[in-house]
Design a protein around this ligand. Structure first.
Ligand SMILES: CSCCC(=O)C(=O)COP(=O)(O)O
Ligand SMILES: [Zn+2]
Length: 224
């Protein structure tokens, strides 16, 4: 464990990851995809993963509030000096890192994810075809290429639970059952979305959330 307020977040790649986490959380808040203390993001640099604290307004976080964990040992390399706990999303972020070799993971609380849960109460997945934005959604990872407009993308649903940590097993099962998905919808809660880098993770989240918005709007117009 490094000493000092920032420890290993003082400089180098981990500081950059930490600064990105703070900035991207502000973007998520301004997009309306997180409110209150909900949602979050983690970013990885090699074996080190940077994690936000739990129960704080994520758009107001600063570097000194962040945790750093070793992916291999699961031990904390750095903890904030303030009495904070790591995000309850940590086991879920770890599922994306280990099952998909992701380099970042974003958790939103978007209303569109909630609306889709209501619209498809009995479906195992949300599916869509015919949208331009599909060309920006990877088949699980960009190493497998991207969807085309005529393809059908499937994004699995999992049921919500009272505690974030209890979502772990079903999230992991969905990640493994849908290798061509880069996101999972937690019913009536939000999404987890990952990627091969922080940039890919941010773009994948934007593309998936955009698809949800476009799908719901187009469905509304067609039903009028
Ligand atoms: C069901 S747990 C509620 C917390 C939550 O959904 C969330 O997104 C934020 O968790 P955190 O621990 O990072 O504040
Ligand atoms: Zn949440």
């Amino acid at each position: 464990m490094n000493s000092g307020e920032l420890g290993c977040l003082e400089g180098g790649d981990l500081r950059i990851c930490g600064e990105l986490i703070c900035t991207i959380c502000q973007d998520l808040y301004n997009s309306g995809w997180v409110t209150g203390t909900g949602g979050g993001i983690t970013i990885r640099s090699g074996d080190a993963i940077v994690i936000a604290p739990s129960g704080v307004q994520k758009e107001r976080m600063r570097l000194e509030h962040l945790f750093v964990m070793s992916l291999k040992t699961r031990e904390y390399i750095h903890k904030p000096l303030q009495p904070l706990k790591p995000s309850q999303c940590t086991p879920l972020f770890l599922a994306a890192y280990t099952c998909r070799d992701a380099y970042a993971c974003i958790h939103t609380h978007s209303q569109e994810a909630i609306l889709l849960s209501e619209l498809f109460p009995n479906s195992d997945y949300f599916s869509a075809s015919g949208f331009e934005v599909l060309r920006h959604i990877p088949r699980g990872t960009k190493k497998n290429g991207f969807y085309s407009i005529t393809d059908t993308v499937k994004i699995p649903f999992i049921d919500n639970t009272a505690h974030e940590r209890d979502l772990h097993d079903s999230l992991k099962a969905a990640i493994l059952a849908y290798p061509e998905a880069c996101a999972v919808i937690v019913r009536d809660h939000g999404i987890y979305c990952w990627g091969d880098s922080w940039q890919d993770t941010k773009m994948n989240t934007e593309a998936v959330e955009y698809l949800f918005q476009a799908y719901l709007r187009s469905r509304k117009i067609k039903s009028n």
